[in-house]
Structure formats: C-alpha cells, structure tokens
Design a binder for this molecule. Structure first.
Ligand SMILES: C[S@@+](CC[C@H](N)C(=O)[O-])C[C@H]1O[C@@H](n2cnc3c(N)ncnc32)[C@H](O)[C@@H]1O
Length: 221
C-alpha cells in the first residue's frame, strides 16, 4: 500500500505521481446518463429508472478491496441528467483521506456532497470537495479530450477486441456507461480520437462488474 498521504505528496497530479513511484494509474470514467445532478433527486433515485446505485457499485468496485482500498486508481463519475451542466466528480484513491464506508449509502453520500458543493457553478468550473475529491462542470466529451492527452483510452463495448490480447502501456483509462448505451455519435468521436473498443465477452455486464474484470486482467500483467 502506498504511503503518499503520510509523505505529503497528495497534491500531485496523476501525471506527476507516475514518476514518484512508477506505478501506472488506472482510470475509470462512468458516464451516468440517467443520474440526476441534484443531490436530493440522486439519493431518491436508487432503485428507480435512474438507478443511482450503479454509481455507488462502480465506485466501490473501482476503489475497494477487502480490508483495504486500491492505490493508483482514479474514478470519474459524469452525471448527465441536469438542468444546466453535467457534473464530473473525480475521486483519487491515493489522495482520499477519509474514504468512509463502502456501502451504497456512504458512497452515494460522497457523491451527493460533491453535487451540493457544485451548486451555482458555471460552465467548465472546478471546485474542491474534500481531499481527493473534486467536482467540475465539464461534459463527458470534454473530459475524454483532456484524458486523451496522457492516457491510453479504451471504451468498453461487447463488440470490441478481447481484453486478453490488449497491450497496456502508460496509464490506461476505461470508459463505461450506466444502463443507457453510449450514443452512436460518441462512438464515432471516440474512434476519431483513436480510442480502442474492448470486450469482456458476450454477456452484458453491469459497469461495476466490468471494473472488477478489468482490475483482474491488469492485476495479471
Ligand atoms: C449495463 S452495460 C450498458 C447497457 C446498455 N444497454 C448498452 O447496450 O450498452 C454498462 C456498461 O458496461 C459495458 N459492458 C457490459 N458488458 C460488457 C462486455 N461484455 N464487454 C465490454 N463492455 C461491457 C457497456 O459497454 C457499458 O459501458
């Protein structure tokens, strides 16, 4: 387990951190197309058509392992059911001091706190929420363009190439959706950015289950 918080390097970016200890970062982006950006609506939407639980499950499986958490993981949740701008919440496991519990209520509480902190933000603003957590009013498309600068990007797609044959160099970043598919036009723009489509097999999985299998695959390398 990394000791970064104790030696005070938690202000460094993903890019800087890879030179500190030479560990590649694993990044997951969940595009939550049905997730409300209003905290009360988000919390009330567990088990409804918006399925806020998908966000909690994905965060849980990206960051936690039994009795600990995974270092070198960054998760972006992009909530898109909004009256104004998408909210992109970034969780950096290395910099989080108080990850709290891994139950749905605790994780959704963290997301709700970030949404509350984002009230009144204008377009493409950033606000800190707590150590390791920031909220931004950037769209999924804008975020992906930024990540393309220093990440190897993959979009999860049952019709993609098998993950087993894929080489991973640098900092891989995996793009996923909630229960609403990625629009066709997004796939076209991702193709133009050189994003690779990869599959985990024929079974349609939850995003959170994809995250577990991706970790498993990378843990073998
Ligand atoms: C529940 S699925 C999305 C379902 C949605 N109705 C669709 O058709 O894309 C959630 C996420 O997991 C990804 N996913 C699910 N099963 C997968 C598989 N076998 N291989 C790769 N990605 C998968 C999807 O691409 C999507 O990003």
């Amino acid at each position: 387990m990394r000791i970064v918080p104790e030696i005070g390097l938690d202000h460094l970016s993903d890019f800087d951190m890879q030179f500190v200890d030479n560990h590649p970062m694993r990044t997951f982006v969940l595009r939550a197309r049905a997730a409300p950006t209003d905290s009360a609506r988000l919390l009330a939407s567990v088990g409804t058509d918006a399925h806020a639980e998908i966000l909690a499950h994905t965060l849980m499986n990206a960051i936690f392992v039994a009795q600990s958490h995974r270092p070198d993981v960054v998760v972006y949740l992009v909530l898109e059911s909004t009256q104004d701008f998408s909210r992109t919440i970034r969780f950096d496991a290395n910099a989080m001091h108080d990850i709290g519990g891994f139950n749905e209520q605790a994780l959704l509480g963290k997301i709700a706190k970030a949404l509350d902190a984002s009230r009144g933000m204008s377009k493409e603003e950033t606000r800190p929420v707590e150590p390791g957590v920031i909220v931004r009013t950037v769209s999924f498309e804008r975020l992906v363009q930024e990540l393309a600068e220093d990440h190897q990007l993959f979009v999860m797609d049952r019709k993609g190439a098998p993950i087993r044959g894929q080489a991973f160099d640098g900092n891989p970043c995996f793009l996923l959706t909630d229960h609403i598919p990625m629009p066709k036009k997004t796939f076209h723009s991702l193709d133009r950015l050189g994003v690779t489509r990869i599959t985990l097999g024929r079974t349609m999985l939850f995003a959170s289950q994809c995250v577990v299998l991706i970790h498993y695959e990378l843990d073998q390398r």
